[in-house]
Structure formats: structure tokens, C-alpha cells
Design a protein around this ligand. Structure first.
Ligand code: ZN
Length: 302
């Protein structure tokens, strides 16, 4: 990591989050709402406004990384799959539009990968050689960081939402059957429990609601099976869990740790560390900043 000012911008469904990073210090954060129409031109305008605010307060920004909630073509900087954004984004020359509006080069990153880099280098995985991150949100994303760098393998490593955990399970959005995401995404948990939000599901489970208890139980079983497979396959020093669903805290982590230990019998149970993320809601922005400023392995690959 260098001692330059690295700005990270994380585009979410309702806001842009920003983090200004120097070395391993987060100097400033900001959050700005985006219009619910989520049109690309307006979002790019918000990115430029946040960058201008940071420059106004902190002077020159040396590098800028932008995290996108989906996939993009690394060569062209054009989004190819942003599930929660209007179709007009697909084919929109996002990176070049952002570079024009921001007045300097922009490095793109996937948001789950950016989260994984941030948590591994500066958060709950700090100091560990091999860290696997699960991001539990609308979908289930993730990333693997080895020796401080994102491990891509042939390009798609860490898509933990699509680990198969039920051979004949329901069809997943990816086309496979019985993926982790089919049970543990926020949408799957809410649908199974008949509730509008994950918070409401946990609220109902505390009141003893059988559907909520069953939905959480299924999510925990699926996640534990997926994590057990990751522990067996790559033996990470720890698994870090973040995202909206993970804010449930011990209600989730207690049963999850127990279920992982029940499934991994080839390792000392003390080696099976499943821990919550520690950087909070700006992890994606911090990771986007790191992606542009350091050799995190993130730079401009989807
Ligand atoms: Zn899938």
C-alpha cells in the first residue's frame, strides 16, 4: 500500500458510499443517496459530486476505485449484469462516463470482491494468510484472499452463493439446483418466512413464529454446508461474514458455528473460525479504494 490518497466509491441500491484511504488508514467516509430510478447518468453525477467534496476537504485524490453491484466487462468497463439496476445499465459505457465526469482514471471492482479485500486486509481477516469472505445480502457473494491478494483462479473464484448444497434443491437464478443462495439470500429467507425484510424474519423468530424459525434454520443449514465445503477445500484461517443478513449477530453466528463444526470432521474444531465482518457499511468503498491503489489483485477484473 502506498501513502497516496485513494478514493473508493461503492454503488449500492439506494446510495453511494465513499471512503478516502491513505495507507491502511481510512481518513474520511461519506454516504449520498441516489435517485430510486437508478439511472446511470444520475449515479455517475453523484460519484463526481462525492469526489469533488473529498477533493475539497482533502486535496488531490491520486486513485479512484468504483465498486459495482454486479458484473462488468473488464476490457470495456461496460456493466454486463447488475441484477437490481435498470436494464439501461447493460451496455452503458460506465467506466468511460465515470472517468469523464470524475476527470481521472477509474478502476472498477465487483462489490463483494471489494468487500472481501477490505475485510481481509484491514478488517476481520487482518493478519491472516488465507481468508474466505461471504457477503450475505440480496444475493450471496464472496471472495478468497490469499497472502493479501484476491484469488481469482480461472476468473470466478469465490462465488460462494452458487456452491451446491442440495443435489435436488430448488432452481437457482444461475440455473443450477440447490445453491446456497437459494436458501440464504435475503430474498430466499424472506420468501420462506413470509416476511418483508430479514429484520422482520428475525423479529418473528424471536416471537417463536414457526415459518421464520424454519426459514432461518434452512438458511443456516445451507450456509454451514457451503462454508464446510470451503473449509475442506481451501482451509482458510477464517471465514468472514458480512452483508445485511449478517447483522443478525449471535442469532445467526451461534447456530452457524455449531453447524459448520458438525460438518467438518477432518479439522480441529478450533481451526474453523467463522467471524463477523468488522469494517461496517463502508467496507465496499474501502475495498474499492484499495483495489485502485494497491496490488490487491482486484484491479479492473470483474
Ligand atoms: Zn446458483
Amino acid at each position: 500500500m502506498t501513502a497516496t490518497h485513494a478514493l473508493g466509491l461503492d454503488i449500492g441500491g439506494s446510495s453511494v458510499k465513499a471512503a478516502l484511504v491513505r495507507g491502511d488508514a481510512v481518513l474520511a467516509t461519506a454516504i449520498r443517496p441516489i435517485d430510486q430510478a437508478r439511472q446511470p447518468g444520475a449515479v455517475v453525477g453523484t460519484l463526481a459530486a462525492v469526489a469533488d467534496e473529498m477533493r475539497g476537504s482533502w486535496g488531490q485524490v491520486d486513485t479512484i476505485g468504483v465498486a459495482l453491484p454486479g458484473l462488468y466487462d473488464a476490457d470495456t468497463g461496460v456493466p454486463t449484469l447488475l441484477p437490481n439496476f435498470p436494464a439501461v445499465w447493460h451496455g452503458y459505457p460506465f467506466r468511460s462516463a465515470a472517468e469523464e465526469a470524475l476527470g481521472q482514471q477509474v478502476t472498477l471492482a465487483n462489490d463483494a470482491k471489494a468487500f472481501s479485500v477490505a475485510e481481509s486486509l484491514l478488517g476481520a481477516g487482518r493478519g491472516h494468510r488465507a481468508v474466505a469472505c461471504f457477503v450475505l445480502g440480496t444475493g450471496v457473494g464472496g471472495g478468497v484472499i490469499i497472502d493479501g491478494k484476491l484469488w481469482r483462479g480461472a476468473g470466478y473464484a469465490g462465488e460462494f452463493g452458487h456452491l451446491s448444497v442440495d443435489l435436488d434443491g430448488p432452481r437457482c437464478g444461475c440455473g443450477n439446483h440447490g445453491c446456497v443462495e437459494s436458501y440464504a439470500s435475503a430474498a430466499a429467507i424472506c420468501a420462506a418466512a413470509g416476511q418483508a425484510s430479514v429484520d422482520k424474519v428475525f423479529e418473528a423468530s424471536r416471537a417463536g413464529d414457526p415459518a421464520a424459525l424454519a426459514a432461518i434454520g434452512q438458511a443456516v443449514r445451507a450456509l454451514a454446508a457451503g462454508m464446510a465445503n470451503v473449509f475442506v477445500a481451501i482451509a482458510p484461517d477464517r471465514i468472514v461474514i458480512g452483508g445485511g443478513v449478517a447483522t443478525a449477530g449471535d442469532e445467526l453466528f451461534g447456530p452457524l458455528r455449531d453447524a459448520v463444526r458438525e460438518r467438518v470432521l477432518v479439522a480441529d474444531p478450533d481451526l474453523l473460525q467463522v467471524v463477523p465482518a468488522s469494517l461496517g457499511r463502508f467496507a465496499g468503498a474501502i475495498g474499492a479504494a484499495l483495489s485502485a491503489s494497491s496490488g490487491s489483485g482486484l484491479a479492473d477484473q470483474s
